[in-house]
Design a protein around this ligand. Structure first.
Ligand code: UT7
Length: 348
């Protein structure tokens, strides 16, 4: 169906020989969902050699939500998607595309987006997953905006969803304390030029592959009993490397994205950074010269929810009335790959 709708939009342009006219792409509805089960720092301290004091002072996290054994990523995503569609006043049957950013899909393949497409009854939507780890939702916004700005599509659901708890080594105190499960979704629709997503800066550095990764389960290292014994089927991270990478790349990428639309950090009404570590968020804000009142933080309650962190934060910021018409909102993802992504959005 998406092929048909693209052709329908492209043909009149080709016939009249006019260059495609770019329009805007706006977020017109948001929603999120986190599982019911809350896991506190104190509970973790009963399992591994850690403490509430260490976790809070080094990361800012107090608690996180963990999916139940029967809950898969698409289950979280589906609820977030329903909420975003309701908030946008958009019918699932009218969606042109469902794009699910995730590193923890229900299956190796096919795409989790296809499961969501079926359960939503989005009969006319194309569907695919996007793998850019914690940057995934911001990559997804940029991708969806491109489809809308060229006129190829009109209604796109972008989801960021992860259930990393299913891939953690719960005996590794350096990683199991950081992550939580959740999903967030945004509906993108056309708007007038100069509004909505103004610019995006996307980047990658694959040389940092092993800084944060899940080594086994793909075609390079299939699952064997030896792999399971060595816990290679679980997330592994060199935290300090990722920390340094974030502080080096993120401020530069934000400056770059702002420069493209002739803006500077003073113009930012709200900075929504990937919720990985409060010290990273504070250090980046400081480098941009931004006061904490213009920086969103909710990782104390959710931990690092990977691709879900930005849409969960955006939804809560919206619910708290922290984003007003014409405000400049900057969303920033960074993580495995290594990858990073910035979107500059004029809210409407
Ligand atoms: O979304 C993916 C992106 N990931 C990130 O953004 C993560 C970025 N990195 C970080 O957030 C931080 O590096 C961490 C929070 C992961 C770690 O904080 P750190 O200040 O870099 O600590 P560290 O790894 O240097 O460890 C300091 C000490 C070590 O002990 P020694 O060697 O000094 O005796 C660790 O063994 O803290 C120890 N440690 C812990 N102690 C208590 C590590 N984890 C824990 C723990 N509880 N959970």
């Amino acid at each position: 169906m998406s092929i048909v709708s693209s052709v329908n939009h492209i043909l009149p342009i080709a016939a009249s020989m006019e260059p495609p006219r770019l329009q805007g792409a706006a977020i017109s509805g948001l929603g999120f969902y986190v599982p019911d089960r809350i896991l506190t720092n104190s509970e973790l301290a009963e399992r591994v050699d850690t403490s509430d004091e260490w976790i809070q002072s080094r990361t800012g996290i107090r608690e996180r939500h963990i999916a139940a054994p029967h809950e898969a990523t698409s289950d979280l995503a589906l609820i977030a998607a329903h909420r975003a569609l309701k908030n946008a006043g958009v019918d699932a049957a009218d969606l042109d595309l469902i794009l699910c950013a995730t590193s923890t899909g229900d299956y190796v393949w096919p795409a989790t987006a296809c499961i969501i497409q079926d359960k939503l009854g989005a009969k006319h939507a194309a569907a695919f997953d996007l793998s850019a780890a914690c940057s995934g939702f911001c990559y997804g916004l940029a991708t969806a905006a491109g489809f809308i700005q060229t006129g190829a599509m009109k209604k796109i659901l972008v989801i960021g969803a992860d259930a990393l708890s299913k891939h953690l080594n719960w005996d590794d105190r350096s990683t199991c304390i950081l992550f939580g499960d959740g999903a967030g979704a945004a509906v993108l629709t056309p708007c007038s030029a100069g509004c909505g997503i103004l610019s995006s800066t996307l980047g990658s550095d694959g040389s940092g592959l092993e800084s944060v990764w899940l080594a086994a389960g793909g075609t390079r290292t299939p699952i064997t009993t030896e792999v399971l014994d060595k816990k290679l089927n679980c997330l592994a991270m060199r935290g300090k490397e990722v920390y340094r990478f974030a502080l080096e790349m993120v401020p530069a990428a934000i400056y770059e994205a702002l420069k493209r639309v002739c803006r500077s950090p003073e113009d930012i009404s709200l900075l929504v950074l990937h919720q990985a570590n409060s010290r990273i968020i504070e250090a980046v804000s400081e480098r941009l010269g931004m006061n904490p009142d213009r920086v969103f933080m909710n990782l104390d309650r959710y931990g690092n929810t990977s691709a879900a962190s930005i849409p969960i934060a955006l939804t809560e910021a919206d619910e708290q009335g922290r984003m007003k018409k014409d405000d400049i909102i900057v969303t920033v993802g960074f993580g495995a790959g290594l990858t990073w992504a910035v979107n500059v959005i004029r809210w409407n």
